[in-house]
Design a protein around this ligand. Structure first.
Ligand code: PLP
Length: 388
């Protein structure tokens, strides 16, 4: 069997750069104490790693004060912190049809339990929204606007800056889900008017699973999702009001964050613009090859248009899970298939019934990987569309 081709970077990036593994090993072996919980040198050393990681992330996202970043275990946790920490009974929220379940489920939970009102902005078949339609959805009770930067099904990129200006003009809190863009697309919270940014450490930032973070604008006060020990203001029964402690109850994933720090440094050494361009070129190579297969329908933006490193497709007469299974078992190619935790985006793309095969590239992907994928698809489905 040929070597593994990993094309599931939208789920989590893999393999992680050797620097990430080395930083985690170093943390495990030499600075494995608990930051903020002791005055001994080892604990202080761990604390320094956390500070450095916060500062590197702040620089990456145009955040003035690194203390406005709280570490989380993943994007989902940051999104829950932002949504549940902001919305109250009677509030209205505007979101989009391309949101992941980690936005939609907390929103629907608050609709059931608190009676918040939600509008999901329509997207066209390429995953784009109308800014005019967005403006029409605002009500006096609109508290929040929530959107992803890039759809995890369609690969479309939303105009986060323009949406930010509109949200600001309506005094709404603006939350961006950067699960598919952190480390891949430029993000500047100041320039984009972003109040809350939830991001994963384990995807484009090349850190390990169990890492992520949230930026909370200094002008906002979120109700904490978690309460507990922080190593600060221990005499008080209240959650501390200082940042980041207010939003970081319990022991931090210091080993993971050491890996995340190395991942962010790696990203910066390559450059976001280069990463995005290289990934875009690979998606174009992939789309051109896939377009030759009859019965295959690609979702999201058309060839040549901006997109992130995601290309999803269906093949007429074929189960998406069966396609992924054959790619895996017969060709050692890892892609994701089925439903992608975003039912409204599937609805917009008319793939609610069929699901879709999602191919996603990352920093380590190569033209050879795409060629292997295309050769496999050609062998499997290159003939008549529904005859096999
Ligand atoms: C757009 C989007 N939002 C949120 C998430 C959840 O991310 P995490 O697994 O880091 O919680 C994902 C995961 O793939 C995603 O693609």
């Amino acid at each position: 069997m040929e070597t593994l081709v990993y094309l599931d970077h939208a789920a989590t990036s893999w393999p992680k750069p050797p620097e990430v593994a080395a930083a985690m090993m170093e943390a495990l072996e030499h600075s494995g104490a608990n930051a903020g919980r002791g005055n001994h040198s080892l604990a202080i050393g761990t604390g320094r790693v956390l500070v450095r990681a916060r500062c590197e992330l702040a620089e990456l996202f145009g955040i003035s004060n690194a203390q406005d970043i709280a570490f989380t275990h993943n994007t989902t946790m940051g999104l829950n912190m932002a949504i549940k920490g902001t919305l109250r009974a009677g509030d209205h929220v505007i979101s989009t049809m391309t949101e992941h379940n980690s936005v939609r489920r907390p929103l629907e939970y608050l609709r059931r339990t608190m009676g918040i009102k939600i509008d999901y902005l329509q997207v066209d078949e390429e995953g784009q929204i109308s800014l005019t339609a967005l403006k029409q959805l605002f009500r006096p009770s609109t508290k929040m606007v929530i959107c992803n930067h890039s759809s995890n099904l369609l690969g479309s990129i939303l105009p986060v800056s323009e949406i930010g200006m509109i949200a600001k003009a309506h005094n709404a809190v603006y939350l961006v889900d950067a699960a598919q863009s952190a480390g891949v697309l430029d993000i500047n919270v100041r320039e984009m008017n972003i109040d809350l940014l939830a991001f994963p450490g384990h995807k484009g930032l090349l850190g390990p699973q169990g890492t992520g973070g949230i930026y909370i604008s200094p002008e906002l006060e979120l109700e904490p999702l978690m309460h507990g020990g922080t190593g600060s203001q221990s005499e008080s029964s209240e959650q501390p009001d200082v940042r980041p402690d207010r939003y970081e109850a319990g022991t931090q994933n210091a080993v993971g964050i050491a890996g995340l720090l190395a991942g962010v440094r790696k990203i910066k050494s390559i450059g976001i613009a280069k990463i995005h361009h290289d990934e875009w070129l690979l998606t174009q190579q992939l789309m051109e090859g896939l377009s030759g297969i009859s019965g295959l329908r690609m979702l999201g933006p058309k060839p040549g248009a901006p997109r992130s490193g995601i290309v999803s497709f269906t093949v007429e007469g074929q189960e998406s899970a069966a396609i992924a299974h054959r790619l895996d078992r017969e060709y050692n190619i890892a892609v994701r298939a089925g439903m992608h935790c975003t039912p409204l985006a599937h609805k917009a793309a008319a793939t609610l019934e069929s699901g879709a095969v999602r191919v996603s590239v990352g920093v380590s992907s190569t033209e050879h990987d795409i060629k292997r994928m295309l050769d496999a698809m050609e062998e499997l489905y290159g003939g008549a569309c529904s005859s096999r």
